[in-house]
Design a protein around this ligand. Structure first.
Ligand SMILES: Nc1nc2c(c(=O)[nH]1)N[C@H]1C(S)=C(S)[C@@H](COP(=O)(O)O)O[C@H]1N2
Ligand SMILES: [Mo]
Length: 250
């Protein structure tokens, strides 16, 4: 028990906040019962250190792949997207709607004006290649906080500008991944504005998942309670098309 409590105190970052919370909790009758349940504590510890909230490994500039391969669409064909390229995405905007209190329309300048974070991570494509790249962009959490999710929101949908034979690419993640500290809308790769082949002007990075979840050319984000009625109902283009797992955690 002491060891577990030390671990929990460690997670609190030495602030003692969580430990004192536990102390208070333990002194109540319900708290004592709860603390007897070692399994529950293990769950809490795992969730914090090893579970869905754990960070994907980060690398250094020395590890960057000299070439970051591409996959899937590398040039959306629609006239609307072609017009965006022509004006260097000045007229682009990201729509944020669905189950939110405050629908947003964010320009590239709006996203660039928000706090930026950079992470060097490994991309893992199911087709058997990896690449290490440095992504800079805006935390998805910051955008969702601004839009304010309604209580019924369970998933975040990403609708993209490209298509495969007329079927638009889309993806979805749950709120654990949406609020994960490394989940971002990337605006740059290796310090340069995203090239079209990598999803200009912005693409999702959800670092604990496989490549096909990393939606490029994101145009529209929507909070939903279910994706059963969207596309083929499996939450993403490849999930619908060839039964890729919706949860592609690695
Ligand atoms: N909109 C869109 N997003 C996409 C794809 C795509 O074809 N269209 N391909 C996916 C796959 S399978 C991978 S591996 C990565 C590839 O990203 P990259 O081309 O920047 O390497 O994007 C993912 N996101
Ligand atoms: Mo992929």
């Amino acid at each position: 028990m002491i060891n577990r409590r030390k671990i929990l105190a460690g997670i609190a970052g030495g602030s003692g906040l969580l430990l004192s919370g536990c102390d208070r909790f333990a002194s109540s009758a319900r708290g004592t019962k709860f603390l007897d349940m070692g399994e529950k504590l293990t769950y809490l510890v795992q969730r914090s250190l090893l579970g869905r909230n754990a960070l994907a490994p980060e690398y250094t500039k020395a590890d960057l792949s000299p070439i970051f391969r591409t996959n899937g669409n590398t040039m959306p064909k629609s006239p609307a997207y072609q017009a965006l390229i022509a004006d260097n995405f000045a007229s682009w905007s990201l729509k944020v709607d669905g189950l939110v209190e405050k629908p947003l329309s964010l320009t590239l300048a709006d996203l660039q004006a928000m706090p930026q974070q950079t992470q060097i991570t490994q991309h893992n494509c199911v087709e058997g290649w990896t690449a290490i790249g440095g992504w800079t962009g805006v935390r998805l959490a910051a955008i969702l906080h601004e839009a304010k999710l309604k209580p019924a929101a369970r998933y975040i949908m990403f609708y993209c500008a490209d298509d495969f034979e007329g079927t638009p690419y889309y993806e979805s993640i749950d709120l654990v991944d949406a609020f994960h500290p490394q989940t971002m809308l990337a605006l740059q790769l290796n310090g340069q504005p995203l090239e079209v082949k990598h999803g200009a002007p912005t693409r999702l990075r959800v670092e604990r998942q496989l490549g096909y979840k990393q939606a490029k050319y994101v145009m529209h984000i929507a909070a939903v309670s279910s994706f059963a009625d969207i596309g083929g109902g499996k939450g993403g283009y490849w999930e619908d098309e060839i039964d890729y797992e919706w949860y592609a955690g690695i």
